[in-house]
Write a protein that binds this ligand. Structure first.
Ligand code: HEM
Length: 138
């Protein structure tokens, strides 16, 4: 599966987790995880959906080594980052080491993304693909 499509599917899952957390916080009237909820919605859903659309619309940029590094480092670092953040927000410092390591890896992956965008996103490579049996004019 192409990285762009994978990013979109993972983003949709994070959206479900993010809004589920928001709803749960409301129901149990405990907003301590608001920071984790906001990160899951914005770093998980919104940012990953944007990465997905970008790599789908600029397929060449989605096939580079930089895109692969971006995808894997981002997705490996984000869950332990959120786990560490959630523990910290409820006042438990036992997983602080996660916050010392994984946010740095996530930022590194964003650096690879930005370099990839500057090097490999070109207007001439913009691609809208249609199914072979779909009429473009319809
Ligand atoms: C059903 C959907 C959602 C529910 C029920 C929900 C619920 C909540 C709740 C209860 C809070 C805590 C408010 C507080 O304690 O002051 C919150 C904060 C927040 N939410 Fe949501 N939310 C939803 C969707 C979203 C989405 C889609 C986004 C972003 C894309 C988002 C971004 C944020 C942000 C940035 C905060 C502030 C966090 C902070 O102050 O640390 N939420 N939300």
């Amino acid at each position: 599966m192409k990285l762009g499509v994978l990013f979109l599917k993972i983003a949709a899952l994070y959206f479900l987790v993010g809004v589920g957390m928001g709803l749960t916080m409301e129901i149990i009237q405990d907003h301590r995880l608001a920071g984790a909820h906001a990160h899951i919605n914005l770093v998980g859903w919104a940012s990953m959906a944007l990465f997905g659309f970008l790599y789908v619309l600029f397929p060449k940029a989605g096939e580079t080594l930089l895109a692969k590094l971006h995808f894997w480092l981002y997705n490996i670092s984000f869950p332990p980052f959120m786990l560490g953040l959630s523990f910290m927000l409820v006042g438990n410092d036992s997983l602080m080491f996660l916050l010392m390591v994984f946010p740095n890896i996530l930022v590194l992956s964003v650096l690879f993304f930005v370099i990839n965008v500057f090097m490999n996103v070109k207007a001439k490579d913009f691609t809208l693909s249609f199914n072979k049996d779909q009429n473009i004019s319809s």
